[in-house]
Write a protein that binds this ligand. Structure first.
Ligand code: CA
Length: 495
């Protein structure tokens, strides 16, 4: 890998004006120019919330903005043709395009069914709190406007393991559907909440072989329709890993394609569960490094009280670097979102240096750090809040540093709780390469770090332009590099 970088090309509050696919198509060449190699686009299918749907509320996987369903033809991001054109524009610009796959649940069914369920304790889903009884649940999906085009499959209660609404009593709870595939939930990796198979809406039951067959048929159709390069898999913590083993094996064999895949197993405090998932899926996919994102959040909140030497402790990039997708923020962690755990602005350049300029991990840049965003939503207290996420002025320079300079042997100086640094000593393939990175969450300081004797006598300057001075590398290959308080500087050799 040539220091690849991924971009998450959306944020939760991107306007629901149907413009995202066209905007991406128009940006693709520029993104490639600034050092982006791959782009994760949001879900392409119609969600339950129609034109407002993020897509994480799957309704009809075959409706990519083609049918008048859920009150709209287009999705939040545009029409089917605009999606296809966007993927093509990305590929023509030399980008890899990853499609976002949401197969844990569906919502927005047209018809109710009378089904037998047992209520479970929401805090411990292994505990039934009722005997079996009948409810009316929205579990029959008929997709009337699509009318069987592409697939005549009808989803009903035999395709789902649980629901959260009884239309008869107008009651919300978690109901385990008693179907022929089991009285219990599907097996998942962790025992959070007893069993976290159920997340939301109608939870898909992969024990039904017709469901697995239909989702393979859909995967084939989706790839033949849109021609993307890989996948981002949503909510895999809530799914039995056997399903994606089978589905990915099928897709890769059917199309003889690698289909790079990253899964969302969001367990910031449970690296063990993530490693068990990796074991179970036998390296078929990478995972987002949720523990690292949590550490970056904490470092940003705790400031000078955070011990920077521990920033990689208990992270995926430390445990399984080749399978870690590192990130600073995503559409769930951004302010006012469901897993809110933002990285404060002062720390973002430091956080990006930590994911972009080190040897390990496949970094994923978040949309707002490139484009900014401003939005309003209700906070946890129910009060409306205004949020501004400013674009990060250092980001483009850090992307250049990753592509041109951050190569070769890495020597770490993680020897001060408030100031850490490392050097990359460059390699022969990249003639300008080599850099010295130094960051502080406390006072401004200086640290001696080794670049290697091949740099003796060379003059280094701060590529990020925060510090005006020069550093001259001594005859042993060392330099005294400087950083300001609460800042990061990246020193590179002058030409
Ligand atoms: Ca599930």
């Amino acid at each position: 890998m040539e220091n690849l970088t991924m971009l998450q090309f959306f944020e939760w509050y991107y306007p629901a004006d149907g413009s995202l696919w066209r905007f991406f198509a128009s940006e693709a060449r520029w993104l490639k120019d600034i050092g982006i190699d791959a782009v994760w686009l949001p879900p392409a299918h119609k969600g339950m919330a129609g034109g407002q749907a993020s897509g994480y509320d799957s309704y009809d996987l075959y409706d990519l903005g083609e049918f008048n369903q859920r009150g709209t033809v287009r999705t939040k991001y545009g029409t089917k043709q605009e999606y296809i054109d966007a993927v093509q524009a990305g590929k023509q610009a030399g980008l890899k395009v990853y499609a976002d796959i949401v197969l844990n649940h569906m919502g927005g069914a047209e018809e109710k069914e009378e089904i037998t369920v047992r209520k479970v304790n929401p805090e411990n889903r292994m505990e039934f709190i009722s005997e079996p009884y009948e409810i009316e649940a929205f579990t029959k999906f008929t997709f009337p406007a699509r009318a069987g085009k592409y697939s005549g499959f009808t989803w009903d209660h035999r395709c789902f393991s649980g629901v959260d609404y009884d239309a008869r009593k107008q009651e919300t709870a978690i109901y385990k559907i008693q179907n022929e595939y089991g009285e219990d939930w599907q097996d998942v990796i962790s025992d959070e909440l007893g069993n976290y198979d159920y997340l939301m809406l109608s939870d898909i039951d992969f024990r039904n072989p017709l469901v697995r067959e239909e989702l393979k048929r859909w995967g084939k159709w989706f790839y033949e329709t849109a021609g993307f390069d890989g996948f981002r898999l949503d909510a895999i913590k809530h799914m039995n890993p056997e399903f994606f083993n089978e589905w990915l094996d099928y897709m890769r064999a059917e199309f003889n394609s690698e289909f790079y895949t990253v899964g969302e197993y969001w367990a910031p405090g449970d690296l063990g569960a993530m490693l068990r998932y990796i074991e179970f899926t036998q390296e078929r996919m990478s995972l987002f490094d949720a523990p690292l994102q949590a550490n970056l959040h904490r470092a940003s909140v705790e400031g000078k009280n955070y011990d920077l030497r521990t920033v990689f402790d208990d992270t995926l990039v430390q445990a399984r670097p080749e399978l870690a997708v590192t990130l600073v923020e995503n559409h769930d962690t951004q302010p006012l979102q469901s897993l809110e755990q933002t990285v404060e602005r002062w720390f973002r350049p430091l956080a990006y240096a930590l994911i972009l300029l080190r040897a390990d991990g496949y970094p994923c840049v978040f949309y707002t750090d490139l484009y900014g965003s401003s939005y309003e939503d209700n906070g946890r207290d129910g009060q409306a809040q205004q949020v501004t996420m400013e674009k990060m002025t250092e980001l483009e320079a850090l992307l250049v540093l990753r592509k041109r300079y951050a190569y070769g042997i890495q020597v770490d100086y993680f020897n001060d709780p408030q100031c850490i640094g490392w050097t990359r000593q460059g390699d022969e393939i990249h003639p300008e390469s080599g850099c010295a990175v130094l960051m502080s969450n406390g006072l401004g300081t200086t640290k001696a770090m080794e670049m290697g004797k091949s740099f003796a006598g060379r003059i280094f300057t701060d590529y990020l332009g925060k510090i005006d001075g020069q550093v001259i590398i001594n005859e042993d290959g060392w330099g005294d590099f400087q950083v300001y308080a609460g800042s990061v500087s990246v020193w590179t050799a002058e030409g």
